[in-house]
Design a protein around this ligand. Sequence first.
Ligand code: PLP
Length: 466
Amino acid sequence: MRARLARLRELQESPVMDHALSASRVAMQPDGSRLIKFFFGEELPFVSHGSGVFVYDADGRRYLDGCSGAVTANLGHADPEILQVMAEQAERITFAHRGTFHSEQSEKLAERLGAMTGYPYVFLCNSGSEAVETALRLTLQYWRERGEPDRARFLSHAVSYHGATLGGLSLSGHPQRRWVAEALLHGFNELIPPYAYRFAEGRDDAAFTAFLTKRAAEALDSHGSGAAGVVVEPVGGAAGGAITPPDGYLPALAELCRERGLPLIADEVMTGLGRTGTMLASQHWDVRPDLVVLGKGMGAGYTPVSAVLVSEHVVDAIAAGTASVTNGHTYGGNPLGSAVALAVLEAVESRNLVANAAERGKQLRAGLEELAARHEVIGEVRGLGLLQGLELVSDPVTRSPGDPVGSLTRSAVLAARERGLLVYPATGGINDAILVAPPLTVTAEETDLLLALLDDALSAMSQCTR
Ligand code: PLP
């Protein structure tokens, strides 16, 4: 365990690590374009258009979007209802600064979000990273207003992803994304990840939960009156691939926070608004975090929009102090983004997409388990609802990842893409993994097609590695 955590730290600080983990490396402009952009070891196709769960490239090839882009396009593509709301709102007004006007659209959006999640206050931003920063800033302000300005230490998990900005990266246990900025980052990511496949070391779920909880308590207490809060992805996403905690862990972490009066912040940018088969993933364990961060599925790929849901006592502390939250982002709460997000939330509710995520999630999970029984490259299937992850291993007995780490992830993504299926690379620096997370609108037939394409891709991979 110690050796594994030390290795993570080492990777975090190593500038050469990015080359070893070249799953999504930027090759400097092999096509001569001016645009700094991603290559996946080769050129990517140009996108043309989308329809439902399918995306088409400029050469007319069809792809089943098995990862909703970046676990974002929760309604699928070109949804006529959303497009109509977009067009109507765009004709009325697209932008008015929130420092000059209130907008009916952002009021309604906050109202709807509150009703769907049970939180009394909402702060609107544009991306997951911005919303994570906002949650950190609101928590810091909460402590300042209460006369404890030294509380500035957040704790998060050693395998995690919380965003590309400096606060988000400080929280992130993702060596590949951290290393460039390491000099400016805090090492908030010190909690042992609830990642049983690599960290339980023979403990059953109850023993692993007890172990994680004890170590989290020690970490929190080591910061004494400097601790500000804990940030957690209820189910992990981009780092490690749908890492799902043992059942007792999130409630135990919430209890540790409650005992110490520390805010628990759930980063539900990927998991929120139905993705895991409940409105918020924290609800799987009856946990009510003090703050919740939403993004991705909130705009569902139709608009950049995100939010922080805030509990009463956090806002009360601010209201009793300066009564002012001054930070924000230019586009935050703009009428167009708010109207579109509101339409997305209405669609999630009126089409029963949370229930569909739970139902299709069961079908997807059963199919993935069946694939795991036939493909040795799958070390573990994990996740909840329509956020499923496959741990990929070069040897199921030793559980070794690819050599170099990231290479199996890359092969899987490319093999799938060649067969017209999109899956998301989720290597966490010490492992290989992909996310399978189709839109919440996916049908039973489309789920079967996804599984058949993945089966074919995994067969092709094993032929290459044999
Ligand atoms: N938090 C989590 C859990 C995420 O998965 C992501 C993105 O993958 C972010 C934050 C950052 O969101 P964005 O890329 O919209 O800034």
